[in-house]
Ligand binder design. Structure first.
Ligand code: ATP
Length: 338
């Protein structure tokens, strides 16, 4: 129960943690889908407040079957009946508030392919980014924010390279400016004035992502997608806050599965490298370390401003509840468990 220790609270505690913490780690369990139900699969993950128990089916050497229970505690655990609105209130909403305090914030989804990362983060109608945009435009209409305008940028990272999804997948190069800020030169940003506008631009980028995936990355689960909303001062265009939503590549893609295909192996190695680097950076952030190893991958390099200075991060680890995925589920939870 490393998490309980990290939070300095009793392992039996089920109280949700501080919503303004520099880093929050939450878990979302999706419901069993009809295919899993038809196959007679069982729900192996039990949620109790901020605690989660996962029953792993195991077989002894004498071939008898048994169940091993694994317990975890996180900042929040969302059960399968939680709506995106429920998840939003306790994950991205505090980051939206922070954005208007001039902060830089990142909300990302980590998990196995099919566990609900896109559904949570970037679903085109109810993803956390849409719900956040709704509140961002409400805030922007307030007189005290009349000097601000919002811009959207959307890109993906595949095999260590950045591609602009709003500009014909143009290859982009991140660099640092004189003040150690990450600048993605050439990234196309569109000013947006309402949620509909944001959804339209997003939809365009999302189509580019899925069409491009047929030749470059066989499917979207092999790339990291980053959608950012930046608040800029209307007068001098200086950045006054940034909120990024990240749909990470499927975590199982990074595992060494003994693939023989060179391209798949290289993809896996790159995904593995970036996810490990992300974990290292989160650990450094969590432990308030002076050095954050963000240079270890392109993903962490572009997220540098989410790991240093006045930044906040929320990770939503998504899990599938069925027994045949319990190994992946446990890997996801161990990754998320700090
Ligand atoms: N909490 C949920 N409630 C209902 N349906 C869900 C939930 N989470 C995911 N789903 C459904 O499960 C399917 C897989 O989800 P999703 O595409 O978000 O997975 P993913 O983790 O993003 O996978 P990939 O890595 O392949 O992109 C989708 O059909 C989605 O609508």
């Amino acid at each position: 129960m490393a998490r309980a220790k990290a939070l300095g609270r009793n392992a039996s505690s089920s109280t949700a943690s501080d919503m303004t913490a520099k880093i929050r780690v939450c878990v979302r369990k999706r419901p069993l889908n009809s295919k899993e139900i038809n196959k007679g699969e069982k729900d192996m993950a039990t949620v109790l407040g901020c605690q989660l128990a996962v029953d792993e089916p195991k077989v002894r050497v004498d071939m008898t079957k048994y169940i091993e229970r694994h317990n975890f505690i996180f900042d929040d655990v969302f059960d399968s009946d939680a709506t995106n609105e429920d998840v939003y209130r306790r994950t991205a909403y505090p980051l939206v508030q922070y954005l208007f305090e001039g902060g830089k914030a990142t909300c990302f989804a980590y998990g196995q392919t099919g566990s609900g990362k896109t559904f949570t983060m970037l679903d085109d109608k109810q993803g956390l980014y849409v719900l956040a945009a709704r509140d961002i435009f409400i805030m922007l209409r307030k007189p005290e924010h009349s000097h601000l305008s919002a811009y959207i940028g959307f890109y993906e990272i595949y095999q260590g390279h950045l591609y602009d999804l709003l500009n014909n997948r143009k290859r982009l190069n991140p660099r640092e400016d004189g003040k150690s800020n990450v600048v993605i030169s050439g990234l196309k940003e569109y000013e947006i004035v309402n949620v509909q506008g944001l959804m339209q631009v997003f939809e365009y980028g999302n189509n580019v992502r899925s069409t491009g995936s047929t030749n470059a990355n066989a499917d979207s689960s092999r790339s990291h997608a980053i959608m950012q909303i930046v608040l800029k001062n209307r007068a001098n265009k200086s950045v006054e806050g940034k909120l990024s939503f990240i749909d990470l590549a499927g975590s199982e893609r990074g595992a060494d599965r003994g693939e023989t295909d060179v391209k798949t192996r290289m993809e896996g190695a790159e995904i593995n490298k970036s996810l490990l680097a992300l974990k290292e950076c989160i650990r450094a952030l969590d432990q308030d370390k002076k050095h954050t190893p963000f240079r270890q991958s392109k993903l962490t390099q572009v997220l540098k401003d989410s790991f240093v200075g006045n930044s906040r991060t929320c990770m939503v680890a998504t899990i599938s509840p069925n027994n045949s995925n319990s190994e992946h589920t446990l890997n996801t939870l161990r990754y998320a468990d700090r």
